[in-house]
Design a protein around this ligand. Sequence first.
Ligand SMILES: [Fe+2]
Length: 408
Amino acid sequence: MSSANAFNDALTDHHGETPIDMAELRRYRQGNGATDAALESAVQEVRRLTLAWSDGRTGQFPLMWLRDHCACDQCRHPLTRERLYKLLDDPLWERFATDEALASFEFDDRSLTLTWQDGHVSRFDAGWLHQRCPGHELTTLLPTATPWVEAFTPAHINHADFVGNGDGRSRWASALLRDGLVMLDQGPCELEEVSRIAESIGPMRSTNFGGRFDVRSVPNPNNAAYTAIGLELHTDLPNWRQPPDIQLLYCLENDAEGGESSFADGFAVAEILREENPEAFRVLSETPIDFRFQDDGDDIAVREPVIDLDGDGRPREIRFNNWIRDTLSLPADRIEAWYEAYRAFWQILRRPERRVELTLEPGQMIAFDNRRVLHGRNAFDPNTGKRHLQGTYLDLDMLQSHLRVLSR
Ligand SMILES: [Fe+2]
């Protein structure tokens, strides 16, 4: 049976059936990595069911996994969708290992129904089981970080498309997750527009510089950003255990001479260093050093390496900020090697083919992943005009969340 009604098609699958409620907001029928393939067979084997779908996918589902993922109102809270079932308290626990836990099961092309020995009934949507089949990775809804190639240029999204009902917001968030840098164009020259944009995604991440900051030259600055001097490429706040993830910088005025912005992909630079100078890469990734900010009210310090690697040896975070690098506290026989390595990394950062340079226009907002992409600016002459940016930070969790919600 197929529906000719486009609206219903969005709520049901194209057979006109409503999916079984799996207490899950991500789509598990059609699109976004979901399938409408029919469940064709279900066979009980030792301690598990083996399921097969019409698209050729097969999977083994341990009985204890199926019981744990029951989505009925007793096992999942009907409003919060959070798990209520506790395997620790399940008297059937011992029987999952002996095949005695399951009394019976039945299936059709859209669903699987299990009746357990204690009388509990679990119903599963076949698309949901297909999507979460053990051994098949759940398709991510997020783009993966892709290192910049030479002469990389960031994606540009119009402010009107970002705030409108189209896909501008998704394109903006996807580019930011993929490239770590994206430009928003032709926004209003209004104070706090950056706050409105940030808060449409998530709460602003506050630091010792506040929740939302102004970048312009001021008397008695506590930070180089609040002067007119040039800023070497850096990451912000590497002296925090968790530096801010995403930075938004919104340009309100920029008619002073100079002040061009520059950016470089720290992950790409780290990979070049690994290739060209493996010893320097090893030193920077294996040697924690101290970063520290101090003023009258705060003293925020952490000891971490410049290049932080994940479990697979890939760069996960770059901490590079020469102003707030603290006293280099290492054994004497490791100090020179560390400086050599630091210098080698910095030299690659300075290569023109590794940098994006741009002049922010009033109404433009640049967004970047502060734990991956380094940023800097040329000196400007405050006597030739005004330069005023407003900025804030966002947690990566909220950016990822935003894109997942947009893709529902
Ligand atoms: Fe900065």
